[in-house]
Design a protein around this ligand. Structure first.
Ligand SMILES: O=P(O)(O)OC[C@H]1O[C@H](O[C@H]2O[C@H](CO)[C@@H](O)[C@H](O)[C@H]2O)[C@H](O)[C@@H](O)[C@@H]1O
Ligand code: UDP
Length: 949
């Protein structure tokens, strides 16, 4: 069962994660012991710590100015941070693909380069990742038009295990400055498109999106060049949403994960993007999709269900049986690295110096890229308000604001810089003295050690992001506060609020009064409360490290791929058309059973309520291109065609009235040869007493669920919410079911069949599988068949409950137990009466009465003991071909010889059918081929097709 499979799958994962957690704890204990031993030896030799730190961090060699020369000595560094070391077991290869490499390149000469660490959360997080053999693929932040320069840079970067993607200026302008930072970035952070040039942005949208796709393809090309079988490819961030699709197109077996470092906004925001569907679909090509928080993951799944009309499950997003796993993986930092840094003599000196410089004043700290999402102007205004309202603090507090310049080519960022300068100037002018100013503002970045010293001397850290994927600065501050135990004021709109919210003072950064009050609370907070809060957050920061984050993501990705392989093995193979046509041609009496909806209709994109044309889609129409092939097959004397559908009679009359075939409406409850009258094959005594009360409930929910509708059929009622808001529809369906169970159907002999967007209530025993024996009996009888049916092809997009049609011919297969079965086989079953349907009166006769030669025909299933006295679906579904052979007065009417049976599900990958066709378009192609072969059969020899034998 599906549910059980899922349960045991997640159970296995949890078991594994628990085991890993235990192991990690054990490892930690050993490592601490080892470190203690090492520490004592280090202490005795003195000064070694610094050397070790440089070794380990590599890029940390960039002290002042952060420059790392591309020399062999410095090259060991990044590699040591990530890579394999000799003597240890082989590590899995990981290709990290991000827009930016962890280093930016600066040209020193024609073929010489120096490399500088890029600042930013992503780099910090991945620097903390060890124990994988990683290579980093990305843009070095510089235009290198000449081959000599490219070659030299490639070589310099190779020493850092980095591989460059060369983007020219134009593409950087359109892709990075334009689509990434002017469109996606503000949108994902709920800021909307930049106000002033909104129309210009709208106009240039398409060309920027085209450049975005081109750039992503360039990243993909580089990955493809370096990819080796078994590698894990981990794509990062909003810059590379198109990459998973490009990679999977190149190699569908590649293990691809994608992680978003920013928030993923509510589907209502994402919905405004013109490229909304394309982006979602390309991300869904990945095997695993990760976000910092559950909220972002939830928004993403919701966007996929609402915008693409796909199925959201607790595991992720499902599209025709293909699952993309979606989960939250909150990032962390390498907290040990910060604590070790605080032990360095250079850092200790910095701490001393800063403590002296700000003696007598409390230090408040802001560390942000100069980005509108960071809420720097709001922070400054709140600080101003605090100074206004708390004059006693004016000469006792200082705010140090590090504002790292970023994306300086984007006009919005340039405007922000001047705005911030203007506010700082005003506040300093207002509250400054001849010797001191309240705000120290730095438009530059600091190196790691300087930053650590600053974190350590801080009394209150102020993070006022308007939105922030996570915000690592808050983690880093906590990691460096072992002694001071300062207070963290943290925006509730930063992802970090979900992990550090317990110990921090959470604020709404838009509410400057609230922020100003929190500043006062933080500065006046008693030591014991600070201690308590700090302890809480410190425990989190030191246990949820960057390394754990990456390890968890990579191992989940590996698991996901294995699980997908298991699933794929369960998916039926594609219908072997040559083989089935070959067998068709060789057989003498063929039976084709075809579904209608989504089998013989035109393919419509399942786009939920957002797209599609409800009116057109609701009116089921035979695919125009199928008319010819269908006529050929119907007119073939050796072939009997049956349309077996849930639709009512009028729909089948309208679409198939002109062909020479059998129509089985309402899941086989009504049957007619197109040249004859409708007859009912309904089991006698079918109890329909439940209909009125269920109809009442369906009407109630239809009225309250916009764009839902219901169909009243003779033997069933169907409520469909395919076009309604999918989440609301599901809630309504749940309510509806609860209501039905406790009321109208609590004692009725009905089955409730839940589709992905529908609820259907049917009389017990109304399934296609249950009807097929009665239908077969009628056909055999009416055609007076003497040659056994030696070929059966059954193609349909059938609900799980109706898949008993496939197992009907395969006794060894278990039939899918119907969901929510309410079968009451012991109920008295009443005969159905003639009823109106579809607005017109149809002649109905019971097939048993209608038969012209009752004494000579094969008995109808409804008359045979096995069907009419026991309406259990299972009994019918499990009937073997051998039983059917007895229908025709002892002679055999069904002689499939095992392999002449082709059951084929359309678009449903979890199916009991032997084969699969992906969509109604594939059905069309196949039936065209079959019809051509059938009509040529008379004058062409069938050798070509019989090759398949
Ligand atoms: O490379 P830039 O355009 O200069 O931008 C720097 C990085 O900014 C973003 O960082 C995000 O990632 C952090 C770690 O997951 C997270 O804590 C933070 O909230 C995010 O804003 C961006 O997503 C990166 O791609 C950029 O490299
Ligand atoms: O002068 C600076 C300021 C910041 N950072 C680093 O930049 C990262 C900022 O990450 P965060 O998640 O807070 O925000 P992002 O900039 O990624 O949006 C942190 O690791 C900081 O240590 C830095 O290296 N030098």
């Amino acid at each position: 069962m599906l549910g059980n499979k899922y349960t045991s799958r997640s159970q296995n994962r949890i078991d594994r994660l628990l085991r890993e957690r235990e192991l990690k704890k054990l490892n930690k204990i050993f490592t601490i012991d080892d470190n203690n031993a090492a520490d004592s030896s280090r202490n005795s030799s003195g000064g070694e710590t610094e050397v070790l730190l440089e070794d380990e961090m590599g890029l940390g060699e960039a002290h002042e100015g952060g420059v790392v020369e591309a020399s062999p000595i410095s090259s060991r560094t990044l590699r040591d941070g990530f890579g394999a070391s000799e003597g240890k077991p082989m590590k899995q290869r990981l290709l990290v693909v991000a827009n930016r490499l962890p280093v930016s390149a600066f040209r020193r000469g024609e073929d010489s380069w120096s490399l500088e660490i890029s600042a930013g959360g992503l780099v910090s997080a991945l620097l903390g990742v060890k124990d994988v053999d990683a290579k980093w693929i990305g843009w070095a932040g510089v235009n290198v038009p000449d081959i000599v320069g490219q070659k030299a840079l490639r070589k310099a970067l190779a020493e850092k295990r980095c591989i460059p993607v060369f983007l020219d200026e134009e593409i950087v302008h359109q892709y990075y400055n334009g689509y990434c930072n002017n469109i996606l970035w503000p949108l994902f952070h709920y800021l909307g498109l930049p106000q002033e040039d909104r129309l210009a942005t709208t106009r240039s949208f398409q060309s920027q999106f085209d450049a975005y796709k081109r750039a992503n393809q360039m990243f993909a090309d580089v990955v493809n060049q370096h990819y080796e079988e078994g590698d894990v490819v981990w794509c990062h961030d909003y810059h590379l949403m198109y990459l998973p699709k490009c990679l999977k197109e190149y190699n569908s077996k590649m293990k691809v994960g994608w992680f978003l470092h920013t928030p993923f906004p509510s589907s209502e925001i994402h919905r405004t993007l013109p490229s909304r569907s394309e982006l979602l679909r390309s991300v869904l090509a990945a095997d695993l999709v990760g976000f910092h928080t559950y909220d972002y993951a939830r928004h993403f799944v919701s966007a996929c269900t609402r915008i693409l009309g796909l199925e959201g499950t607790p595991e992720g997003v499902e599209d025709q049986g293909k699952l993309t796993r979606v989960s939250a993986f909150p990032i962390g930092i390498d907290s040990d690295r910060f604590q070790r840094a605080l032990e360095l003599s250079a850092v200790k000196e910095d701490i001393n110096e800063l403590s002296h410089r700000f003696a007598g004043r409390k230090v408040m700290l802001g560390v942000d890229r100069l980005d509108m999402i960071k809420g720097i102007p709001q922070k400054l205004l709140a600080f101003e308000k605090f100074l206004e309202e708390n004059p006693v603090w004016r000469d006792k507090v200082v705010l140090l604001q590090i504002a790292v310049p970023t994306r300086t080519d984007v006009p919005e960022y340039q405007k922000l810089t001047s705005q911030v300068h203007e506010i700082v100037g005003r506040i300093n002018g207002r509250f400054g003295t001849l010797t001191a100013v309240p705000i120290h503002h730095l438009d530059r970045s600091l190196d790691f050690q300087a930053l650590c010293a600053l974190y350590a001397v801080t009394d209150v850290a102020l993070v006022t992001s308007l939105r922030d994927g996570m915000n690592l600065v808050s983690y880093e501050f906590v990691a460096c506060q072992g002694i001071k135990k300062g207070v963290l004021i943290l925006s509730e709109f930063a992802g970090a609020a979900q992990s550090l919210g317990a110990g921090a003072l959470l604020v709404n950064p838009w509410n400057i009064t609230e922020v100003a009050d929190s500043i006062a609370d933080a500065l006046n907070m008693p030591a014991d409360e600070r201690e308590k809060r700090h302890r809480h957050n410190y425990a989190h920061v030191t246990t949820h490290t960057a390394q754990d984050w990456a390890e968890t993501f990579v191992s989940e990705l590996n698991d996901t791929v294995v699980e997908a392989q298991i699933r794929t093995r369960q998916v039926p193979p594609l219908l072997p058309s040559e083989l089935s046509i070959g067998r068709f041609l060789k057989s003498k009496n063929r039976l084709l059973i075809l579904g209608f909806s989504s089998t013989l209709t035109e393919l419509v994109e399942s786009s939920g309520r957002r797209g599609g044309d409800q009116i057109k889609e609701m009116e089921l129409k035979l695919h125009l291109d199928l008319k010819g092939p269908l006529r050929t097959l119907c007119n073939d004397p050796k072939t009997t065609v049956v349309i077996l559908s849930g639709s009512d009679r009028s729909v089948l009359d309208d679409n198939f009235g002109e062909y020479n075939m059998w129509l089985a409406a309402e899941n086989g409850m009504f049957l007619r040869l197109t040249c004859g009258e409708w007859m009912t094959t309904m089991p006698e005594h079918l109890n329909m007493d439940w209909v009125d009360s269920v109809k009442h409930v369906f009407e109630y929910f239809t009225e309250r669920t916009p764009r839902s509708h219901f169909e009243h059929r003779e033997t069933s009622l169907l409520w469909n919410y395919k076009y309604a808001d999918i989440e609301f529809g599901r809630l309504q369906a749940r309510d509806m079911l609860q209501h039905l169970w406790t009321g109208p159907i609590s004692n009725a002999a009905v089955d409730v069949v839940q589709g992905s967007r529908s609820v259907e209530v049917r009389s017990v025993g109304v399934t296609k599988g249950a009807a097929i024996d009665r239908i077969l009996g009628e056909i055999v009888h009416s055609k007076n068949m003497v040659t056994p049916i030696d070929y059966v092809l059954c193609i349909g997009h059938f609900l799980g409950k109706d898949e008993d049609i496939y197992s009907f011919f395969e006794p060894e297969l278990p039939s899918e137990p119907g969901n929510c079965s309410r079968a009451k086989a012991s109920e008295v079953i009443k005969p159905s009466s003639e009823k109106r349907h579809g607005g017109k009166q149809t002649n109905i006769k019971s097939s048993s009465k209608a038969s012209p030669s009752k004494n000579h025909r094969a008995p109808l299933a409804s008359e045979r003991k096995v069907s009419s006295s026991n309406h259990s679906t299972k009994t019918n579904a499990w009937r073997s071909p051998q039983e059917i052979t007895s229908w025709h007065e002892g002679s055999s009417v069904l002689d499939l010889k095992g392999d002449n049976y082709f059951s084929c599900s359309v678009g449903r990958k979890r199916s009991n059918a032997r084969y699969l066709l992906n969509s109604s378009e594939d059905v069309l192609l196949f039936l065209k081929e079959l019809a051509i072969a059938c009509s040529k059969n008379g004058y062409l020899n069938s050798k070509h097709y019989s090759n398949g034998d």
